[in-house]
Write a protein of this length. Structure first.
Length: 101
């Protein structure tokens, strides 16, 4: 993983106690303390991608959100094994494209 935003998110949530969460703004402030508001949309987009990969959970009012339908104030936390499995099951299958046909 070479994306610094994803790395920062995963490092932050890895240091949390199980069940604890952080605001996306905390990551943005770590990456760009002076202009963290400009970084916030990138942090949210990276978090959404990580959620779809089963690497974290985005929550709203303590409950996991639907990655395809949410808005508003959210938090980030480590995914439970069940949440990770659900996220991975929602991913489209990988199609092996063979050009030899």
């Amino acid at each position: 993983m070479s994306d610094p935003i994803e790395t920062a998110i995963l490092n932050k949530i890895a240091s949390l106690e199980p069940g604890k969460s952080i605001e996306p703004a905390e990551v943005a402030k770590t990456l760009q303390p002076e202009q963290w508001q400009r970084m916030l949309p990138k942090v949210r987009a990276a978090a959404l991608g990580l959620m779809r990969e089963g690497k974290l959970t985005i929550t709203k009012k303590g409950k996991a959100v639907d990655p395809d339908d949410f808005k508003g104030v959210t938090r980030l936390r480590q995914a439970t094994p069940e949440e990770a499995a659900l996220a991975l099951s929602r991913r489209p299958p990988v199609v092996d494209q063979d050009d030899d046909d």
